[in-house]
Design a protein around this ligand. Structure first.
Ligand code: ADP
Ligand code: MG
Length: 541
């Protein structure tokens, strides 16, 4: 028609289309997530603008309709959102406002296959994903508060057209003319399952039209947004199984809402069981970040690695929907949320740790992970140390550093630990003899990470932590301490031993740490203790 205007795409768009269409072929279903996200966004924006301009008010039934038509081979996504004017259609769908193709292309090339789909949303290039499944896209839109409608159309090559159109109400219809190999996306069942997977938590109703009937596609219950009193244990547990891919019941459910300087809702779970297949080498927290209910990413690092066993959702109002990867790393909002969420989980652990039997369950599942916090998190080191539990030479079951301090002998200077591979073997070690004889307790550490953190922690509540296989151990000041052996005989023996062993040891010393055994190996005062030396040898050093 006469009114048809033809426009070239902005230079970046052409390259971007190529990237999106070809790099993500196996992940094509995410086009629906992106279009649904845009539609939900548009509805939110209309709702927001209506706050100051009631004339823009949303119709009561502002549902999002997904309409497959097999005969015409089209898929239509229709919303009653804010809509776009002619200028906005050209601006928003004809150029790239945000991040540029270069950064996107680089990330796309570097990301592992499973991460590629999330890049589209993060870089704010979601609309163009429509061309993965469609060889022609028509967008008919009417801006809320205006009378005219326009149709934007493109085949995803060099240009797009704009033409006047008609639309009874404000909002947008996106009509996808599906490629021959994308007909699966015209199956209502397939559409339903994609929405359940990607957009279940969008709160406006989404319907898929089948045989003229509208069938609800999303549950629309953002459980974390509900007041606690309206959520049952069973609903929590179901949701936990969904987000954690678990089968058990959570050990802890933390559900809270922050308002004020930070605005977010969080629903977190500490699992009741260890996951069956912990991902080897995977250390990042997978807590999901949502922005206004919309799923954004599992890779926002919302908790530190040493709390990576915690599963769940944090949903904030304080970030834009298409927050980019760079922004996720840089924004102070997220840093503040991280801090608040970490402290909340810590305080839950702290309060539950008072019930020894209850706490032992989480300790036995995730203790070694928590210990990483002492190793790497200077800010929380002392707090996490208080949460650790140990086997001990003096008591049955689990004990803590706080309990150890309470049992220390008069005159005892340090917290003594013995590190090895096997807890049962440690309990029988000759290294313990002198300590047992004097009633000095030794903590027995047998997790892999135990070779590392005690040195970092260095002390707890002012008491140094000492490995008993390291250097000299002076137990002479401990109350009730007995003198070691016959001093003169030992003094005669030492030079002889030193001479005989000079190839193998750097020193031979008398010690008061033995009672029944004649000799024991010790590590030098400074440098790695015996367990660390074993590990270093194993690592080929
Ligand atoms: P992003 O959503 O990150 O902005 P997209 O490529 O998904 O990037 O969309 C580009 C822009 O097009 C959006 O910011 C929005 O302004 C506009 N837009 C897309 N879909 C719709 C819609 N259904 N209703 C209104 N505006 C839309
Ligand atoms: Mg988008």
């Amino acid at each position: 028609s006469e009114a048809l205007e033809r426009h070239e795409f902005g230079a970046e768009v052409g390259r971007l289309l190529d990237l999106v269409v070809h790099a993500l072929y196996s992940e094509r279903e995410i086009f629906l997530r992106e279009l649904v996200a845009n539609a939900a966004d548009a509805v939110d924006r209309r709702r927001f603008e209506a706050l100051t301009n009631p004339a823009l008010g949303l119709p009561a039934e502002a549902r999002l309709r997904i309409l497959p038509d097999k005969a015409a081979r089209t898929l239509t996504i229709a919303d009653a959102g804010i809509g776009m004017s002619k200028t906005e259609l050209g601006q928003h769908l004809g150029t790239i406002a945000r991040s540029g193709t270069l950064a996107f292309a680089r990330s796309l090339a570097e990301a592992p296959a499973t991460d590629k789909p999330s890049l589209i949303g993060q870089f704010g290039v979601g609309f163009y994903s429509a061309f993965m499944v469609a060889d022609r896209v028509e967008v008919t839109s009417r801006r809320a508060g205006t009378e005219e409608a326009w149709t934007w159309a493109s085949e995803g090559r060099g240009d797009y057209t704009l033409a006047p159109a008609a639309r009874a109400e404000a909002g947008t219809d996106i009509v996808l003319h599906m490629k021959a190999d994308a007909e699966e996306f015209l199956e209502p069942f397939r559409l339903q399952s994609i929405i359940r997977k990607w957009a279940d938590h969008i709160t406006i109703p989404i319907v898929v039209v089948r045989d003229g009937k509208e069938e609800p596609a999303n549950e629309g219950t953002a459980l974390w947004r509900k007041p606690k009193s309206e959520v049952t244990e069973e609903q929590y547990a179901d949701f936990y199984r969904h987000v954690a891919h678990a089968f058990d019941t959570p050990w802890a459910t933390l559900h809270w809402r922050a308002e004020g300087t930070l605005d977010y809702a969080a629903l977190l779970f500490i699992p009741g069981m260890k996951p069956f297949q912990p991902v080897e080498g995977e250390r990042e927290s997978r807590v999901r970040l949502h922005v206004r209910r919309m799923f954004i990413t599992e890779e926002a690092g919302l908790l530190p690695p040493w709390l990576r066993f915690v599963a769940g959702v944090v949903d904030t109002e304080d970030l834009p929907l298409n927050v980019s990867r760079e922004m996720l790393q840089a924004t102070p909002v997220l840093a503040r949320i991280r801090k608040a969420v970490t402290n909340r989980v810590l305080s839950e652990l702290k309060s539950r740790a008072r019930e020894a039997e209850d706490y032992a369950k989480v300790w036995e599942n995730f203790g070694p992970v928590l210990k990483e916090g002492v190793w790497e998190d200077a800010e929380h080191r002392q707090e996490v140390a208080a949460l650790l539990r140990f086997r001990s030479s003096a008591v049955e079951g689990w004990t803590s550093l706080v309990d150890y301090l309470a049992r220390m002998k008069e005159g005892q200077q340090a917290i003594y630990v013995l590190v090895g591979d096997d807890a049962a073997a440690l309990a029988r070690s000759p290294q313990l003899e002198g300590f047992r004889a004097r009633g000095v307790e030794v903590l027995l550490l047998s997790d892999g990470i135990d070779a590392f953190w005690p040195e970092r922690l260095a002390s707890f509540e002012g008491r140094p932590i000492r490995s008993i296989t390291q250097g000299t151990v002076d137990l002479s000041k401990v109350a009730g301490g007995e003198p070691a052996g016959e001093a003169t005989d030992v003094a005669l023996l030492l030079p002889l031993l030193k001479d005989a062993l000079k190839e193998d040891v750097s020193e031979v010393r008398a010690t008061d740490r033995l009672v029944d055994s004649a000799a024991v190996l010790a590590a030098p005062e400074h440098g790695p203790d015996l367990q660390m030396q074993r590990l270093l040898r194993r690592a080929g050093r």
